[in-house]
Design a protein around this ligand. Sequence first.
Ligand code: PRP
Length: 179
Amino acid sequence: MHPDCERILLSEQEIAARVQEAGAWLDEKFAGTVPVAVCNLKGSAVFFADVLRATHLDMEMDFMAVSSYGANAVSSGKPFVKRDLFSSVEGRDVLLVEDIVDTGRTLVTLRQFFKERGARSVTVVALLDKPARRVVDANADFICFSVEDEFLVGYGLDYAEKYRNLPYIGILKRSVYEK
Ligand code: PRP
């Protein structure tokens, strides 16, 4: 385990098992369609790669970045589009892949964004959900893990851009982000 972690919350094996379940759910949900899977960079990149390979669907991939955190541990509360999509989603079924739904503001911003771009439907699959942190009414359609309000890193999640490459999800030691 990384020395900056207090403990492992979700092991590689636990994540992999749940990602397979998410893949099966997506196979059913999108049967007969060719969705555009959108990765909201950067945190979702690792989950995106795994969950899409757990499906048997024909799909396209696209990438964008909406961010509200910058280099801080606390959300600024104003998500903004930092990088736009490569392609149009007009008339398409969008599968948005998120690493975490925290306050829910990013999800509200993105659902609105896809609506404005003329998407036919928007389905959200999220690796993690922190319901205790929610300030707006926004939910994913499939959640892999509902978690407590702790500072999590790994499997795509960062603190000041570090720890994204850890293969598990760990709880970051307070001493790391309170110094
Ligand atoms: C994180 C995460 C979600 C969002 C969730 O992104 O990836 O997109 O915050 O927070 P919310 O529900 O409070 O809006 P972040 O801004 O940290 O960027 P990153 O993915 O590049 O780390």
